[in-house]
Ligand binder design. Structure first.
Ligand SMILES: [Zn+2]
Length: 472
């Protein structure tokens, strides 16, 4: 459609017209034949299609009558500091995988390689319907920022930081980014400044420390305070396994979350990733402090974190803790599909508790959208389809067996769909995926480049991934 608007019709840039629309607004309203009007980067109105087509004339109208339209999905934990997908030797738990494979990979990466990995990872996320993500600590921050701006995604990001002086000890940690506590705190503050200096409204800063036993109390507390003072978000891995819990109990006589509370480092500007090993009383500590969480179910399963045994997901949800779903790093989920995370987040607690109502499909969708946006502190701009918010939208093509028959879009989305059915994705009003084609990135070229880099990285750390079966 083009030309001036007819009398009485307001002009908008894009009208998503028709199909199920899950708004995820305060009342969680769902339109069966809905529409979303978008002008510039903002949503102008969400409503019934028959009403909006009478009110707006769009430069571009997208026919979404055979689609399910949701807020753009949120990934609460996705490392851009990658290592070759599918190359992690099998049989490692969290601490072994980090030391044997992940850290050595990280240490080899150049700025150029980091840039390519970031472009590849963001392209993959967009292709699977994610519009916002949290990067829990990367190296070569400037190169990553450049790739993030090129991707068009919304995110939080900060520099990989540790002081290697935590309960796990210096022991077997690599000779990579070695720094004292003061230098680590300076790196965090400078990371916030570097991100803010870019001035991209889609890219927000994070105060990112590793956690998992590699950071001193002084660094953990310093990060939490910096996030509070700077209005940022302190992000760290915490309570990721029973081994980590045992380590802290031996050293401090306290569990990881309990210890954070004791030293004054739990606040409402802290996002704790994984949190698979909690005691009941720690749920209250997290909720009381307003602390946020990211849950990474497929990573938890692959690394045998015990999420079904020692996770407190139903209790955390009931306590109102903001929870995002994440996929974690390249080799611990091997996918970037939040649809798969939703399915696991809804189903694992049911089996663990033998309670079919432990986590509902609706709660899973909340974690993947508005709940995730709250956990990441970006719900002022994203997470729901409402007038005044940025137009971050994911449209699922329902013309396939995973979506049809279609009676309840929430059930089909959580239990049946994968990111392969994502058809169109917008971030701040820009179409980044158009009828399953990425608009900013040459998919084939970036994939080839990353495979080339993978071979260089694997050669330099002496890993040769192959099936356990004879390869002829
Ligand atoms: Zn992580």
């Amino acid at each position: 459609m083009s030309g001036p608007a007819a009398p009485g019709l307001a002009e908008v840039d894009i009208l998503l017209a028709g199909g199920w629309v899950l708004t995820m607004n305060e009342r969680r309203e769902v339109y069966q034949d809905g529409a979303v009007a978008i002008r510039g980067s903002k949503i102008v109105e969400v409503g019934r299609r028959r009403d909006l087509v009478e009110r707006y004339r769009a430069r571009r109208e997208l026919d979404t009558r055979r689609m399910v339209v949701t807020p753009g999905l949120v990934n609460g934990h996705r490392h851009l500091l990658c290592c070759p997908k599918g190359a992690l030797p099998e049989g490692r738990d969290t601490l072994q995988a980090l030391r044997d494979f992940t850290y050595p990979c990280f240490a080899t990466l150049t700025e150029e390689q980091m840039h390519a990995y970031a472009l590849h990872a963001t392209a993959e996320m967009i292709r699977f319907g994610t519009t916002t993500f949290e990067e829990p600590g990367c190296n070569h921050l400037e190169a990553v920022l450049d790739a993030l701006a090129a991707s068009g995604m919304r995110c939080r990001v900060g520099p990989w930081t540790w002081d290697q002086d935590g309960p796990a000890g210096r022991g077997d940690l690599p000779d990579w980014l070695v720094m004292g506590t003061d230098a680590a705190l300076k790196r965090l503050a400078s990371g916030v400044e570097t991100v803010r200096a870019v001035g991209n409204p889609l890219i927000r800063d994070a105060v990112t420390i590793e956690g998992v036993g590699t950071c001193s109390d002084a660094l953990t507390l310093g990060a939490a305070k910096l996030a509070e003072e700077a209005g940022s978000l302190a992000v760290m891995h915490k309570a990721t396994s029973e081994r980590e819990v045992a380590m802290e109990l031996a050293l401090f006589g306290e569990r990881p979350v309990q210890h954070m509370h004791s030293i004054g480092a739990l606040n409402d500007r802290v996002l704790l990733s994984h949190m698979t090993s909690l005691a009941d009383f720690e749920v209250g500590l997290v909720a009381g402090a307003g602390t946020r969480i990211s849950q990474n179910p497929s990573s938890a399963l692959k690394l045998a974190k015990g999420t079904t045994q020692t996770g407190k997901w139903p209790e955390l949800i009931a306590a109102g803790v903001p929870i995002a779903l994440g996929t974690d790093a390249e080799n611990v989920s091997n996918h970037q599909d939040i649809c798969r995370s939703m399915q696991l987040a809804a189903l694992l607690p049911r089996d663990a508790r033998r309670d079919p109502g432990a986590v509902t499909a609706e709660q899973a969708v909340e974690m993947a959208t508005i709940g995730g946006a709250k956990a990441l502190g970006v719900d002022d701009a994203a997470g729901s389809l409402e007038a005044g918010k940025d137009a971050d939208v994911t449209c699922f093509d329902t013309d396939n067996f995973d979506w049809r028959p279609l009676h309840n879009p929430v059930a089909n989305l959580v239990y049946g769909s994968t990111g392969h059915s994502v058809h169109t994705v917008l971030v701040a009003g820009e179409v980044l995926l158009d009828a399953k084609r990425l608009t900013r990135v040459d998919e084939g070229a970036i994939r080839e480049e990353v495979e080339r880099i993978d071979r260089e990285v694997l050669a330099s750390i002496g890993v040769c991934p192959e099936p356990a079966w004879p390869v002829l």
